[in-house]
Design a protein around this ligand. Structure first.
Ligand SMILES: Nc1ncnc2c1ncn2[C@@H]1O[C@H](COP(=O)(O)OP(=O)(O)OP(=O)(O)O)[C@@H](O)[C@H]1O
Ligand SMILES: Nc1ccn([C@@H]2O[C@H](COP(=O)(O)O)[C@@H](O)[C@H]2O)c(=O)n1
Length: 203
């Protein structure tokens, strides 16, 4: 069984997916971490992020470890995970994610994983796992998302909100909900409330 949980930036996809996966006793996979890893490696190499030919040589060492408690991403034996949620990576990742060659590589990594699993991102329900039987799409207003994220980042709420809105805009192409996804506005719900809503639907 595959459960897909897509949604806009900072809508709670990773936290909710981890909670749902732990309740089901299966792993979850964060597709955004793979795009973030390529972005980090590209930035560290001084590569032009819009140039797929500069990024493709960086991919062979990248490996995702999908655990229910939290994913880790490795480049050979170096753990990249702690560096993937920086403002610097946030600022470049949508440019990398717009490259068809990088999307193909990410999709292949995900489809190679054994089911059952929970997959989260933007296009899990539409493109990567279109036949998944259970699909969800998380939303919340930009202000609510920025207020949540402000607890994890040094920037102030208006700056975070502006960056989230810009990332949503750049990600529009791959971010539409699947027609058969249940859309959940997480704004009025607690994190556990969202997890429980999904678990109730699955039962
Ligand atoms: N329903 C909720 N109520 C309160 N806080 C929440 C809720 N959902 C998520 N959060 C908090 O919002 C923050 C962002 O959540 P999370 O990182 O899971 O989002 P995301 O969609 O995976 O983000 P990104 O797209 O940037 O990877 C976290 O601090 C998380 O604990
Ligand atoms: N399926 C996906 C997942 C992610 N992206 C791109 O990666 C960025 C980071 O993802 P987060 O889930 O960590 O926010 C995101 O802004 C997208 O540019 C994607 O295109 N498709």
């Amino acid at each position: 069984m595959i459960v897909t949980i897509d949604g806009v930036a900072a809508s709670g996809k990773s936290s909710v997916s981890s909670g749902v996966a732990q309740a089901l006793g299966v792993p979850y996979v964060s597709s955004g971490l793979l795009y973030r890893a390529v972005t980090l490696l590209g930035l560290n190499a001084g590569a032009e992020l819009a140039d797929a030919s500069a990024l493709l040589p960086l991919l062979p060492g990248v490996r995702l470890e999908p655990l229910a408690s939290g994913n880790r991403v490795w480049n050979a034996d170096h753990d990249l995970t702690a560096d993937l949620h920086s403002t610097r990576v946030d600022g470049g990742v949508s440019t990398v994610a717009a490259l068809p060659e990088i999307r193909e590589w990410v999709d292949a990594q995900l489809r190679a994983l054994p089911a059952p699993l929970v997959a989260e991102g933007r296009d899990m329900g539409t493109n990567v796992f279109p036949h998944a039987p259970h699909k969800f799409y998380l939303t919340a207003s930009p202000r609510v998302r920025a207020e949540r994220r402000a607890k994890e980042r040094p920037e102030d709420i208006p700056a975070i909100e502006a960056a989230l809105t810009e990332r949503d805009r750049q990600d529009t192409t791959q971010s539409a909900p699947a027609p058969d996804a249940r859309v959940i506005d997480t704004g009025p719900l607690t994190l556990q409330g969202v997890i429980d809503t999904i678990l109730a639907d699955l039962r």
